[in-house]
Design a protein around this ligand. Sequence first.
Ligand code: ZN
Length: 315
Amino acid sequence: MAALITGIHHITALASDPQKNIDFYTGVLGLRLVKKTINFDAPDVYHFYFGDEVGSPGTILTFFPFKGARRGQKGVGETTFTAFSVPEGSLDFWKKRINSFGFPVSDIQERFGESFIRFEDHDGTGLELVASIGDERTGWNQGELDGDRAIKGFHSATLNLRAKDLTEELLLEQMDYQLIGEENGRYRYGTAGKAGDLLDIVLRQPDNRSMQSAGTVHHIAFRTADEQRQLEARQKLQEAGQMVTEVKDRNYFKSIYFREPGGVLFEVATDEPGFAIDETVEELGTTLRLPEWAEPNRVEIEKKLPSVSLNSQTP
Ligand code: ZN
């Protein structure tokens, strides 16, 4: 049977300041703001999607920036680090670049045979860049972030869990993942086993409990090709005892949600239809896009949202 789940679709985190958020992810990391919309469940909060040129599944980090939100705390039962894939040989460049904007960066380290650096944005969001071997995606190239440097998309995500057995069983039996290896207490899983589909479970527990607020990940979404496969995945998850939501229309994809046994909120999102349904590829992210049901309230919604600029000074 064809795989229902084929890797990571997007990761959604919480942030404190919409402008700083845009400045960091476009200005420092060179991702493209591919959609500026609202949190469908809280229309007075933005929802920003950052990714490659078109927001391909597997490249999209999204944020709900709650202005003035206090800083959260990474902990057990959460996605604690989001790793992006960058070209081999580019880590020295990235370390210098991120440093030059005033953000500390770790030394270059090794994991599963690949080099990586670790850093945080101004909210404490856990980020890594991995010099990924054999990742043929090109990312969004502009200026000095050319094909030898630009972020290609996700490499992997790290879940911090108290125990791994039930989550592993879910990944292996319901979500088309396989165990790839273990290194220093880090268990790595993959669907095809390449950048963009890798998921790590780490059992080393931080002393602190997690507190979800700015700088923490709200949920991680896995990709499925289309609505038919999503329904099949939903049924499979339900039959295994997962409490899965109804299908929700997120405009740019359809979604189902459930909380995996380790406490992390999982989503399964469709690759279709993507971000070019309500603006052209050239226009992506340049104006506030609203779902049809919110369009009649546009004036009111825009009044409540803080104004942001795509071309403000980088941090
Ligand atoms: Zn989502």
